[in-house]
Write a protein that binds this ligand. Structure first.
Ligand code: IPM
Ligand code: MG
Length: 338
Protein backbone atom coordinates (compact mmCIF):
# COMPACT_ATOMS: atom_id res chain seq x y z
CA UNK A 1 0.00 0.00 0.00
CA UNK A 2 1.23 3.56 -0.71
CA UNK A 3 2.60 5.29 2.38
CA UNK A 4 1.79 8.77 1.11
CA UNK A 5 5.27 9.80 0.00
CA UNK A 6 5.34 7.76 -3.17
CA UNK A 7 5.69 9.67 -6.40
CA UNK A 8 4.47 8.56 -9.81
CA UNK A 9 5.84 10.44 -12.80
CA UNK A 10 3.26 11.06 -15.51
CA UNK A 11 4.58 11.62 -19.03
CA UNK A 12 1.64 12.55 -21.24
CA UNK A 13 3.54 12.29 -24.51
CA UNK A 14 2.33 13.37 -27.93
CA UNK A 15 -0.73 13.19 -30.18
CA UNK A 16 -3.56 11.55 -28.26
CA UNK A 17 -1.18 11.16 -25.27
CA UNK A 18 -2.42 14.15 -23.23
CA UNK A 19 -6.06 13.10 -23.78
CA UNK A 20 -5.62 9.53 -22.55
CA UNK A 21 -3.12 10.55 -19.83
CA UNK A 22 -5.68 12.93 -18.33
CA UNK A 23 -8.10 10.01 -17.80
CA UNK A 24 -5.32 8.02 -16.12
CA UNK A 25 -4.51 10.95 -13.83
CA UNK A 26 -8.17 11.36 -12.82
CA UNK A 27 -8.46 7.65 -12.01
CA UNK A 28 -5.24 7.67 -9.96
CA UNK A 29 -6.37 10.77 -8.06
CA UNK A 30 -9.53 8.91 -7.11
CA UNK A 31 -8.02 5.51 -6.35
CA UNK A 32 -4.77 6.48 -4.62
CA UNK A 33 -5.17 10.15 -3.60
CA UNK A 34 -2.12 9.94 -1.30
CA UNK A 35 0.26 9.33 -4.22
CA UNK A 36 2.01 12.40 -5.67
CA UNK A 37 1.65 12.73 -9.45
CA UNK A 38 4.59 14.59 -10.97
CA UNK A 39 4.04 15.60 -14.64
CA UNK A 40 7.17 15.81 -16.79
CA UNK A 41 7.99 16.21 -20.46
CA UNK A 42 9.05 13.62 -23.06
CA UNK A 43 8.97 13.29 -26.83
CA UNK A 44 7.88 16.04 -29.21
CA UNK A 45 6.43 18.10 -26.36
CA UNK A 46 9.85 18.03 -24.66
CA UNK A 47 11.71 18.91 -27.87
CA UNK A 48 9.46 21.94 -28.35
CA UNK A 49 9.96 23.12 -24.77
CA UNK A 50 13.64 22.27 -24.19
CA UNK A 51 15.24 21.06 -27.45
CA UNK A 52 15.71 17.56 -25.99
CA UNK A 53 13.27 14.61 -26.27
CA UNK A 54 14.30 13.53 -22.74
CA UNK A 55 15.33 16.49 -20.55
CA UNK A 56 17.59 15.75 -17.57
CA UNK A 57 14.80 16.94 -15.26
CA UNK A 58 12.57 14.16 -16.59
CA UNK A 59 15.27 11.51 -16.09
CA UNK A 60 15.91 12.70 -12.52
CA UNK A 61 12.19 12.74 -11.69
CA UNK A 62 11.70 9.23 -13.12
CA UNK A 63 14.70 7.83 -11.21
CA UNK A 64 13.29 9.09 -7.91
CA UNK A 65 9.74 7.83 -8.58
CA UNK A 66 8.22 4.46 -7.67
CA UNK A 67 6.83 4.17 -11.19
CA UNK A 68 6.44 6.03 -14.45
CA UNK A 69 3.17 6.19 -16.40
CA UNK A 70 3.73 7.25 -19.96
CA UNK A 71 1.52 8.10 -22.92
CA UNK A 72 2.62 7.49 -26.51
CA UNK A 73 5.34 9.60 -28.14
CA UNK A 74 5.86 10.54 -31.80
CA UNK A 75 4.91 13.42 -34.04
CA UNK A 76 5.01 13.56 -37.86
CA UNK A 77 6.42 17.10 -37.60
CA UNK A 78 9.75 15.53 -36.60
CA UNK A 79 9.74 12.69 -39.18
CA UNK A 80 12.72 14.10 -41.07
CA UNK A 81 14.42 15.76 -38.09
CA UNK A 82 17.76 14.74 -36.54
CA UNK A 83 16.29 14.85 -33.04
CA UNK A 84 13.21 12.63 -32.91
CA UNK A 85 10.60 12.18 -30.14
CA UNK A 86 11.13 8.39 -30.09
CA UNK A 87 14.78 8.88 -29.07
CA UNK A 88 13.47 10.18 -25.75
CA UNK A 89 11.53 6.98 -25.17
CA UNK A 90 14.46 4.71 -26.03
CA UNK A 91 16.80 6.76 -23.82
CA UNK A 92 14.32 6.54 -20.93
CA UNK A 93 14.00 2.76 -21.27
CA UNK A 94 17.80 2.52 -21.26
CA UNK A 95 18.20 4.97 -18.33
CA UNK A 96 15.77 2.96 -16.18
CA UNK A 97 17.11 -0.37 -17.54
CA UNK A 98 13.55 -1.58 -18.02
CA UNK A 99 14.66 -4.62 -19.98
CA UNK A 100 11.53 -6.74 -19.42
CA UNK A 101 8.56 -5.50 -21.41
CA UNK A 102 5.40 -7.42 -20.50
CA UNK A 103 2.65 -7.12 -23.09
CA UNK A 104 -0.46 -9.11 -22.18
CA UNK A 105 -3.04 -9.83 -24.89
CA UNK A 106 -6.25 -11.23 -23.47
CA UNK A 107 -9.64 -11.79 -25.09
CA UNK A 108 -12.05 -14.73 -24.79
CA UNK A 109 -10.02 -17.94 -24.80
CA UNK A 110 -6.81 -16.10 -25.79
CA UNK A 111 -4.42 -15.25 -22.96
CA UNK A 112 -0.91 -14.54 -24.26
CA UNK A 113 1.85 -12.70 -22.46
CA UNK A 114 4.55 -11.37 -24.74
CA UNK A 115 7.82 -10.79 -22.89
CA UNK A 116 9.83 -8.49 -25.10
CA UNK A 117 13.51 -7.66 -24.47
CA UNK A 118 13.47 -3.87 -24.43
CA UNK A 119 16.97 -2.42 -24.13
CA UNK A 120 19.05 -4.35 -26.66
CA UNK A 121 19.08 -5.65 -30.22
CA UNK A 122 18.56 -3.58 -33.35
CA UNK A 123 17.24 -0.61 -31.36
CA UNK A 124 20.53 -0.13 -29.53
CA UNK A 125 23.22 -1.67 -31.79
CA UNK A 126 25.70 0.32 -33.85
CA UNK A 127 24.15 2.23 -36.73
CA UNK A 128 25.31 4.74 -39.27
CA UNK A 129 26.24 5.46 -42.86
CA UNK A 130 29.34 4.08 -44.58
CA UNK A 131 31.54 6.09 -46.97
CA UNK A 132 29.85 4.49 -49.98
CA UNK A 133 26.41 5.57 -48.75
CA UNK A 134 25.35 2.21 -47.28
CA UNK A 135 23.15 2.68 -44.23
CA UNK A 136 23.29 0.10 -41.43
CA UNK A 137 21.67 -0.90 -38.13
CA UNK A 138 23.09 -3.85 -36.23
CA UNK A 139 21.47 -6.42 -33.97
CA UNK A 140 23.70 -7.08 -30.98
CA UNK A 141 23.09 -9.08 -27.80
CA UNK A 142 25.37 -10.19 -24.99
CA UNK A 143 24.42 -13.60 -23.55
CA UNK A 144 23.89 -11.92 -20.14
CA UNK A 145 21.21 -9.66 -21.65
CA UNK A 146 19.46 -12.72 -23.04
CA UNK A 147 19.79 -14.69 -19.84
CA UNK A 148 18.07 -12.09 -17.65
CA UNK A 149 15.04 -11.67 -19.93
CA UNK A 150 14.76 -15.41 -20.48
CA UNK A 151 14.85 -16.07 -16.71
CA UNK A 152 12.11 -13.47 -16.19
CA UNK A 153 10.01 -15.20 -18.86
CA UNK A 154 10.55 -18.65 -17.31
CA UNK A 155 9.39 -17.35 -13.92
CA UNK A 156 6.30 -15.82 -15.50
CA UNK A 157 5.49 -19.02 -17.42
CA UNK A 158 5.97 -20.99 -14.21
CA UNK A 159 3.35 -18.81 -12.49
CA UNK A 160 0.91 -19.18 -15.40
CA UNK A 161 0.12 -22.22 -17.58
CA UNK A 162 3.72 -23.44 -17.84
CA UNK A 163 4.34 -23.06 -21.58
CA UNK A 164 7.18 -20.83 -22.84
CA UNK A 165 7.55 -20.16 -26.57
CA UNK A 166 10.90 -18.61 -27.42
CA UNK A 167 10.71 -16.80 -30.76
CA UNK A 168 13.78 -16.21 -32.92
CA UNK A 169 15.18 -16.47 -36.44
CA UNK A 170 17.81 -19.09 -35.67
CA UNK A 171 17.84 -20.39 -39.25
CA UNK A 172 19.47 -17.09 -40.29
CA UNK A 173 20.77 -14.97 -37.40
CA UNK A 174 23.77 -15.52 -35.09
CA UNK A 175 22.07 -13.57 -32.30
CA UNK A 176 19.09 -15.93 -32.56
CA UNK A 177 21.29 -19.04 -32.35
CA UNK A 178 22.88 -17.67 -29.18
CA UNK A 179 19.39 -16.76 -27.87
CA UNK A 180 18.22 -20.36 -28.42
CA UNK A 181 21.30 -21.75 -26.68
CA UNK A 182 20.72 -19.56 -23.61
CA UNK A 183 17.06 -20.62 -23.44
CA UNK A 184 18.09 -24.29 -23.53
CA UNK A 185 20.75 -23.71 -20.85
CA UNK A 186 18.31 -22.00 -18.47
CA UNK A 187 15.43 -24.45 -19.13
CA UNK A 188 16.52 -27.24 -16.70
CA UNK A 189 16.17 -24.77 -13.79
CA UNK A 190 12.43 -24.59 -14.48
CA UNK A 191 11.24 -28.21 -14.74
CA UNK A 192 7.61 -27.08 -14.50
CA UNK A 193 7.86 -25.13 -17.76
CA UNK A 194 7.61 -26.72 -21.20
CA UNK A 195 9.78 -24.85 -23.72
CA UNK A 196 9.35 -24.64 -27.45
CA UNK A 197 11.32 -22.68 -30.03
CA UNK A 198 9.51 -21.03 -32.91
CA UNK A 199 10.79 -19.06 -35.89
CA UNK A 200 9.42 -15.53 -35.96
CA UNK A 201 7.68 -15.78 -39.33
CA UNK A 202 5.86 -18.93 -38.22
CA UNK A 203 5.07 -17.30 -34.85
CA UNK A 204 3.37 -14.40 -36.67
CA UNK A 205 1.20 -16.83 -38.64
CA UNK A 206 0.37 -18.90 -35.53
CA UNK A 207 -0.54 -15.75 -33.57
CA UNK A 208 -2.85 -14.60 -36.35
CA UNK A 209 -4.56 -17.99 -36.81
CA UNK A 210 -4.44 -19.88 -33.47
CA UNK A 211 -3.42 -17.47 -30.70
CA UNK A 212 -5.04 -19.79 -28.09
CA UNK A 213 -2.01 -22.09 -28.27
CA UNK A 214 0.29 -19.57 -26.57
CA UNK A 215 0.95 -18.86 -22.91
CA UNK A 216 4.19 -16.85 -22.59
CA UNK A 217 6.21 -15.75 -25.62
CA UNK A 218 9.74 -14.47 -25.03
CA UNK A 219 11.59 -12.69 -27.81
CA UNK A 220 14.09 -9.98 -28.71
CA UNK A 221 13.30 -6.29 -29.03
CA UNK A 222 12.32 -5.88 -32.70
CA UNK A 223 10.45 -9.19 -33.04
CA UNK A 224 8.59 -8.32 -29.83
CA UNK A 225 7.63 -4.89 -31.17
CA UNK A 226 6.05 -6.43 -34.25
CA UNK A 227 4.45 -9.48 -32.61
CA UNK A 228 2.91 -7.39 -29.83
CA UNK A 229 1.01 -5.24 -32.33
CA UNK A 230 -0.21 -8.44 -33.98
CA UNK A 231 -1.25 -9.92 -30.63
CA UNK A 232 -3.09 -6.68 -29.84
CA UNK A 233 -4.88 -6.82 -33.19
CA UNK A 234 -6.23 -10.32 -32.53
CA UNK A 235 -7.37 -9.43 -29.00
CA UNK A 236 -9.44 -6.30 -29.53
CA UNK A 237 -7.13 -3.85 -31.26
CA UNK A 238 -4.33 -1.46 -30.39
CA UNK A 239 -6.63 0.77 -28.37
CA UNK A 240 -6.85 -1.97 -25.74
CA UNK A 241 -3.24 -3.15 -25.28
CA UNK A 242 -1.20 -2.12 -22.20
CA UNK A 243 2.39 -2.83 -21.24
CA UNK A 244 4.68 -2.87 -18.23
CA UNK A 245 8.43 -2.45 -18.61
CA UNK A 246 10.30 -3.69 -15.56
CA UNK A 247 13.90 -3.55 -14.37
CA UNK A 248 15.49 -5.34 -11.44
CA UNK A 249 14.32 -3.23 -8.52
CA UNK A 250 14.12 0.24 -10.11
CA UNK A 251 10.96 2.09 -11.12
CA UNK A 252 8.84 0.40 -13.75
CA UNK A 253 7.61 2.14 -16.90
CA UNK A 254 3.95 1.62 -17.77
CA UNK A 255 2.78 2.58 -21.24
CA UNK A 256 0.22 1.64 -23.89
CA UNK A 257 1.44 -0.45 -26.86
CA UNK A 258 -0.15 1.99 -29.32
CA UNK A 259 1.40 5.10 -30.85
CA UNK A 260 0.39 8.76 -30.69
CA UNK A 261 -2.30 8.46 -33.42
CA UNK A 262 -1.80 11.97 -34.84
CA UNK A 263 -4.74 11.43 -37.24
CA UNK A 264 -7.25 11.59 -34.37
CA UNK A 265 -5.29 13.72 -31.88
CA UNK A 266 -7.10 16.69 -30.33
CA UNK A 267 -10.58 15.43 -31.19
CA UNK A 268 -11.38 13.89 -27.83
CA UNK A 269 -12.32 10.53 -29.34
CA UNK A 270 -9.26 8.41 -28.51
CA UNK A 271 -9.85 5.15 -26.67
CA UNK A 272 -8.11 5.44 -23.27
CA UNK A 273 -8.38 1.72 -22.43
CA UNK A 274 -4.73 0.86 -23.23
CA UNK A 275 -3.57 3.76 -21.03
CA UNK A 276 -5.97 2.79 -18.23
CA UNK A 277 -4.97 -0.88 -18.48
CA UNK A 278 -1.35 0.32 -18.19
CA UNK A 279 -2.53 2.10 -15.04
CA UNK A 280 -3.88 -1.25 -13.79
CA UNK A 281 -0.40 -2.72 -14.30
CA UNK A 282 1.12 0.27 -12.50
CA UNK A 283 -1.20 -0.22 -9.53
CA UNK A 284 -0.27 -3.90 -9.43
CA UNK A 285 3.49 -3.88 -10.12
CA UNK A 286 4.51 -0.28 -9.34
CA UNK A 287 2.41 0.67 -6.32
CA UNK A 288 1.66 -2.80 -4.92
CA UNK A 289 -2.08 -2.01 -4.72
CA UNK A 290 -3.59 -5.28 -5.99
CA UNK A 291 -7.11 -4.44 -4.78
CA UNK A 292 -7.17 -1.14 -6.66
CA UNK A 293 -5.75 -2.89 -9.72
CA UNK A 294 -8.60 -5.43 -9.70
CA UNK A 295 -11.18 -2.69 -9.08
CA UNK A 296 -9.94 -0.63 -12.03
CA UNK A 297 -9.77 -3.68 -14.25
CA UNK A 298 -13.40 -4.58 -13.40
CA UNK A 299 -14.55 -0.96 -13.89
CA UNK A 300 -12.89 -0.97 -17.32
CA UNK A 301 -14.78 -4.12 -18.31
CA UNK A 302 -18.07 -2.47 -17.31
CA UNK A 303 -17.26 0.80 -19.12
CA UNK A 304 -16.26 -1.07 -22.30
CA UNK A 305 -19.78 -2.59 -22.24
CA UNK A 306 -21.70 0.56 -21.24
CA UNK A 307 -19.75 3.38 -22.98
CA UNK A 308 -17.64 2.07 -25.86
CA UNK A 309 -15.56 4.57 -27.83
CA UNK A 310 -15.81 4.85 -31.63
CA UNK A 311 -13.10 2.27 -32.37
CA UNK A 312 -15.13 -0.22 -30.29
CA UNK A 313 -18.31 0.48 -32.26
CA UNK A 314 -19.75 3.03 -29.81
CA UNK A 315 -20.02 6.80 -29.58
CA UNK A 316 -18.41 7.71 -26.23
CA UNK A 317 -15.73 10.37 -26.18
CA UNK A 318 -12.49 9.88 -24.26
CA UNK A 319 -13.87 11.98 -21.38
CA UNK A 320 -17.21 10.13 -21.35
CA UNK A 321 -15.44 6.80 -21.21
CA UNK A 322 -13.26 8.02 -18.34
CA UNK A 323 -16.32 9.30 -16.47
CA UNK A 324 -18.01 5.89 -16.91
CA UNK A 325 -14.95 4.21 -15.40
CA UNK A 326 -14.95 6.50 -12.37
CA UNK A 327 -18.70 6.09 -11.89
CA UNK A 328 -18.25 2.33 -11.91
CA UNK A 329 -15.44 2.60 -9.34
CA UNK A 330 -17.77 4.64 -7.12
CA UNK A 331 -20.58 2.10 -7.54
CA UNK A 332 -18.20 -0.74 -6.67
CA UNK A 333 -17.07 1.20 -3.60
CA UNK A 334 -13.45 1.06 -4.70
CA UNK A 335 -12.78 4.72 -4.10
CA UNK A 336 -11.01 5.69 -0.94
CA UNK A 337 -13.13 7.87 1.33
CA UNK A 338 -11.65 11.31 2.04
C1 IPM B 1 6.32 0.43 -28.90
C2 IPM B 1 6.56 1.52 -29.90
C3 IPM B 1 8.00 2.02 -29.75
C4 IPM B 1 8.92 0.83 -29.99
C5 IPM B 1 8.36 3.21 -30.67
C6 IPM B 1 7.45 4.40 -30.45
C7 IPM B 1 9.81 3.61 -30.54
O1 IPM B 1 6.30 1.07 -31.18
O2 IPM B 1 6.46 0.70 -27.68
O3 IPM B 1 5.98 -0.67 -29.32
O4 IPM B 1 9.20 0.48 -31.13
O5 IPM B 1 9.36 0.23 -29.00
MG1 MG C 1 5.46 -0.88 -31.25
Amino acid sequence: MPTGREKVVLLSGDGIGPEVALEARLVLEELVPEVIIDEQLIGAAAIRATGSPLPQETIDACRSAVAVLKGPVGDPEFDAADVRPEQGLLALRAALDTYANLRPAVLGDVDVLIVRELVGGLYFGASGVRDDGTVFDTCEYHPRQVERIVRRAFRLADSRRGLLTSVDKANVLETSRMWRRVVDEVAPEYPGVRVEHMLVDNAAMQLATTPQQFDVIVTENMFGDILSDLAAAVTGGLGMAPSASLSDGGPGLFEPVHGSAPDIAGRGIANPVAMLRSTVLLLEHGLACPESAVALSEALKAAIESSPTQDLGGTATTAEFGAAVREQLAVDGALTSP
